[in-house]
Unconditional design. Structure first.
Length: 157
């Protein structure tokens, strides 16, 4: 099954996607910077954020590739989904065991979710923009290059 989408995403949706990604990442990082926790804890949460963002983009890419008929191995597809689930699980376990106020735990969970949503939306917009670009060769450009060459003869300039 081939999935074709020739419609380019609107500027508003692209801007909103980037805003969601940046807001989620910045909120998470500012929260970490201001948090009263040990450096190894901050490193744990930062690593979970980066791992989650990479996994979300990987899932979006593999799902989109399958929709477009691009071969994706089952193991990569499965590992992509497993990585997203592991990143969410690692964040949940870390927050469950953290000595933070419930409002702080909710803040980290929501900024993480916003960052993952933004990463998926930005990746989708990137693919949609590429799919909407024309892939045909400009005949005028070809004609200009071949001016002066006899029909059937290649210009070796």
């Amino acid at each position: 099954m081939n999935y074709t989408n020739s419609q380019q995403p609107s500027f508003a949706f692209v801007a909103a996607s980037w805003a969601a990604l940046l807001a989620g990442i910045l909120a998470f990082l500012i929260g970490l910077f201001n948090a009263d926790m040990q450096l190894n804890e901050k490193g744990y949460y930062f690593t979970v954020l980066v791992y989650g963002l990479f996994a979300a983009v990987s899932v979006q890419k593999s799902v989109r590739d399958r929709l477009e008929g691009i071969p994706v191995t089952g193991i990569y597809y499965g590992l992509s989904w497993l990585s997203v689930l592991l990143a969410v699980l690692l964040l949940c376990v870390g927050l469950f065991n953290a000595t933070l106020a419930l409002s702080e735990k909710g803040f980290y969970a929501m900024s993480f979710a916003l960052a993952l949503f933004g990463a998926i939306a930005v990746q989708k917009n990137t693919r949609d923009t590429q799919a909407a670009r024309p892939t045909s060769i400009n005949a005028d450009a070809v004609r200009i290059i071949n001016d002066g060459a006899a029909p059937g003869q290649v210009d070796e300039a």
